[in-house]
Design a protein around this ligand. Structure first.
Ligand SMILES: Nc1ncnc2c1ncn2[C@@H]1O[C@H](COP(=O)(O)OP(=O)(O)OP(=O)(O)O)[C@@H](O)[C@H]1O
Ligand SMILES: [Mg+2]
Length: 260
């Protein structure tokens, strides 16, 4: 498998984090010893819950940058070492090592003032971290701002998740338009319908047929799944879903066609 960064985007609540996690589950089940980094890039959400991990503020990139800023203000950073190296070491330290994958949680920085300088350092650091993994899975925040900031610049493949709703479709179209306007260069854009009955699939097919961007493909639709709801209510990790789970099976069979 080539080195890849794969990002999950879409309207709020359509299942980006759930599908990111099912994607991870698929990789873990089908590839041995693949170096995987999962990045929770949504400041408000917590993929950690879906993965069954507890994260403290200090473990998040927000926590790291907050303490880095304090050290800069207090002048307690050692003068001999370049700032970007100090921050890089701290970011590396904050990567959480799970059994078979690593996890980086962006979270958000605290306190007043501008983080512009730190954020620009951070961008390069994250670019360099992702290079040490075969696959990076990015669970993006809802909405479109991160595209405008070109946070997805280096992403190879983009998944757009939509539910069967007008707003879900609208967001999908806006994302595709933005990737054109901003000349973000994805190898492939995969649209996945989530929470779709088979009877609704044609709605998404019709929407996709209106799009004339050549990199956009409909990967398929995933049904609403009661077991996923149960796991959510019980606070159980989506990674622990049985392989017989219907949504997982449907998604796996789609993924097996596009991932070698
Ligand atoms: N196929 C499915 N069947 C049943 N429930 C689902 C399915 N996909 C997602 N859900 C449920 O929908 C809710 C939203 O899912 P999720 O958190 O993955 O969406 P999201 O797009 O990441 O949301 P946000 O924009 O808030 O980050 C969760 O309660 C999740 O358990
Ligand atoms: Mg989410």
């Amino acid at each position: 498998m080539n080195k890849k960064i794969i990002s999950f985007s879409g309207k709020g609540g359509v299942g980006k984090s759930t599908l990111s996690t099912l994607f991870l589950k698929y990789l873990l089940n089908n590839f041995q010893e693949l170096e995987i980094l999962v990045i929770d890039a949504d400041p408000d959400s917590n993929i950690a819950d879906l993965l069954g991990v507890e994260i403290s503020f200090e473990d998040t990139i927000g926590g790291v940058t907050t303490s880095f800023k304090h050290q800069m203000q207090e002048g307690s950073l050692s003068p001999g070492v370049p700032k970007n190296q100090v921050l890089e070491a701290e970011v590396f330290d904050s990567v959480i090592e799970m059994d078979r994958f690593d996890l980086m949680v962006m979270g958000r920085s605290e306190g007043e003032g501008c983080y512009c300088y730190i954020n620009s350092l951070l961008k390069n650091i994250i670019d360099s971290i992702t290079k040490s993994y075969a696959i990076t899975i990015l669970d993006m925040p809802a909405g479109l701002e991160h595209f405008a900031r070109k946070t997805d610049k280096n992403v190879d493949e983009l998944f757009i998740v939509t539910d069967p709703s007008k707003m879900g479709f609208h967001t999908m179209h806006r994302i595709i338009e933005l990737t054109d306007e901003l000349t973000l260069d994805f190898e492939k854009i995969w649209v996945v319908g989530n929470g779709f009955s088979d009877g609704l699939k044609h709605l998404l097919e019709e929407e996709i047929s209106k799009i004339n961007s050549k990199a956009v493909y409909l990967l398929g639709v995933i049904p609403f799944d009661e077991e996923i709801s149960d796991y959510n209510f019980l606070g159980k990790s989506i990674l622990d879903l049985p392989e017989s789970n219907n949504a997982y099976k449907v998604f796996s069979s789609m993924l097996s066609k596009i991932i070698e």
